[in-house]
Design a protein around this ligand. Structure first.
Ligand SMILES: [Zn+2]
Length: 203
């Protein structure tokens, strides 16, 4: 016997499919939604429905941008330093770095890390586009490998450094040792992340 109606169970199961949301959180979200003001469920459904149609990846850095724009606001920004390129795993990390107001250069979003266990290889990330971008932009003098502090992130940074070494003559740097091992950038407090980027070290 099901304790909850099918529609509620379906909603809980769909939300639990998201990484980072366990079944308990999904249950709470859905049951709160049942209690919320009328219209909130429709509003949420509408905004989620628009995600894929109204957002795509910037053709330069692969951060998310409006589907009617070729480039994101950061790539179009006039006051960004075009000589420094910061490579991050996800838009979440980019947002975390932007919150520090410490970094003024450009970004490249990989959308993941190399992970043999999860069958994610270099071809599944925006790596070919990164190498291409570096080859076409001699203005870029420094590349910061701002992947987070776990084994797969380190291995991904190492892979990038090895691949670009033959053609990239600029500086390759890494966030300072302030990043706790295994810590995602977006979980760090602004002060720690600020220091990690300002005190970055050579790779
Ligand atoms: Zn962009």
């Amino acid at each position: 016997m099901e304790i909850l109606p099918k529609a509620i169970t379906n909603a809980i199961e769909s939300l639990s499919d998201l990484p980072g949301i366990g079944s308990r959180s999904a249950e709470r979200l859905v049951l709160n939604l049942m209690r919320a003001n009328s219209g909130l469920d429709q509003k949420i459904a509408r905004s989620l429905g628009e995600l894929k149609s109204q957002v795509h990846e910037c053709e330069t850095c692969f951060h998310f941008c409006e589907s009617n724009e070729k480039q994101c606001v950061l790539c179009r920004g006039q006051n960004r330093d075009p000589h420094v390129l910061c490579v991050v795993e996800s838009p979440l990390d980019l947002i975390a770095l932007e919150k520090t107001h410490e970094y003024k250069g450009l970004y490249h979003v990989l959308h993941g890390v190399i992970s043999p266990l999860n069958r994610i290889g270099p071809q599944d990330l925006r790596l070919a586009q990164l190498f291409d971008r570096l080859k076409k932009n001699p203005d870029i003098q420094e590349i910061i490998l701002a992947t987070s502090g776990n084994t797969e992130s380190d291995a991904t940074a190492m892979y990038i450094a090895q691949e670009i070494q033959p053609f990239f003559i600029g500086k390759i740097s890494r966030l300072s040792r302030g990043i706790p091992s295994g810590g995602d950038l977006d979980y760090l407090d602004i002060g720690t992340l600020s220091r990690a980027i300002s005190e970055r070290r050579d790779f």
